[in-house]
Design a protein around this ligand. Structure first.
Ligand code: ADE
Ligand code: ZN
Length: 334
């Protein structure tokens, strides 16, 4: 089954590049920048990754991101992720970055975008892995701060395809960012948003109606609103589901209790993604394997998930068709 999944061409659509910082690289960067980490070893750091909820994770995630300080750091981080993704059969990535986490600390936006983009372009040139870059606003900060960040980012407009919304969901409804997303759309940027991870189903409706997003990141709490589930299926709104993340952050108790298979069977465009793989115990392959085993998915289900990942991507139709036939071919191979 593992080989079958690796061979399927797949897109990853929900990946925070800051969430790919492995403890080994964290120690290297700490040494480079003369920072003392509050962990005795790489193993101790990894063992500390036990989270009771989203906020408990975010506190550790932002502390880790503080180690990323110059263009070379962002390049090394992104190159390491792309190496791993390629080994697992990922052919297209749409990755998030959180500019405010870095600009707040005085890291120039050009170093962040420059380092990430240099690695993305190298992966495209050397290995044919295509990409889109998505700028996420931190929803726990103000709309004014997001608007300033958007204006700053317009200097790098050609590198950025879409805007997103992440960080602490509870008490930060999508509607807080309506004007920012409107501005982004006027600039020709596409939109996505985290909604229905810890927040209510209403936030999914708000992300669709107020922010006019093309995809919902997570969205698993849609099930609390049966009318919304019907709408998501009817409109083929993709959900970028992150199974191992949902277990680590206690959105579901166990993988066997995850609703991915139910949503897939209801005709939703469900995709599998890794979110913050360095913190949640696995990259894309491990997420596919977890749901395959935990929910007893068939090969046909896995093919559908891979097809959905391409259909939900921002690739143009001709490229999507090319990957969809490659998936069908891989699925038929002995
Ligand atoms: N930032 C990084 N990972 C996140 C997640 N799963 N939810 C919200 N914000 C995030
Ligand atoms: Zn996320």
């Amino acid at each position: 089954m593992e080989q079958f999944i690796v061979r399927l061409p797949k897109a990853e659509l929900h990946l925070h590049i800051e969430g790919t910082l492995e403890p080994e690289m964290a120690f290297e960067l700490a040494a480079k920048h003369g920072v003392a980490l509050p962990y005795a070893s790489v193993d101790a750091m990894r063992r500390a990754y036990q989270f009771s909820n989203l906020q408990a994770f975010l506190d550790i995630y932002y502390a880790g991101a503080d180690l990323l300080r110059d263009e070379a750091d962002f390049h090394a981080l992104t190159a390491a992720y792309l190496r791993k993704a390629r080994e697992q059969g990922v052919v297209h990535v749409e990755i998030f970055f959180d500019p405010q986490t870095h600009t707040q600390r005085g890291v120039p936006l050009g170093s962040v975008v420059g380092g990430i983009r240099r690695a993305l372009l190298q992966a495209e040139r050397d290995h044919g892995v295509s990409h889109r870059l998505i700028l996420c606003f931190l929803r726990h900060l103000s709309a004014a701060d997001a608007m300033r960040t958007l204006e700053q980012a317009l200097a790098f407009r050609e590198a950025i395809s879409a805007v997103g919304l992440d960080s602490s969901e509870a008490a930060h409804p999508p509607g807080k960012f309506t004007a920012v997303f409107e501005r982004a759309r006027r600039e020709g940027l596409l939109a996505v948003a985290h909604a229905g991870e810890e927040g209510p189903a209403q936030y999914i409706r708000d992300a669709l109606d107020l922010l006019q997003v093309r995809r919902i990141d997570h969205g698993v709490r849609c099930e609390e609103d049966p009318e919304l589930v019907l709408r998501l299926a009817r409109e083929r709104v993709p959900l970028t589901v992150c199974p191992l993340s949902n277990i680590k952050l206690r959105v579901f108790d166990r993988i066997e209790a995850h609703n991915l298979k139910r949503l897939l069977d209801l005709g939703l465009c469900v995709t599998v993604n890794s979110d913050d793989p360095a913190y949640f115990g696995g990259y894309l392959l491990e997420n596919y394997l977890a749901v395959q085993r935990g929910l007893d998915l068939s090969q046909a289900d896995l093919v559908l998930l891979a097809r959905n990942s391409i259909e939900a991507s921002f690739l143009p139709p001709a490229e999507q068709r090319r990957w969809l036939s490659a998936i069908d071919q891989a699925a038929r191979a002995p």
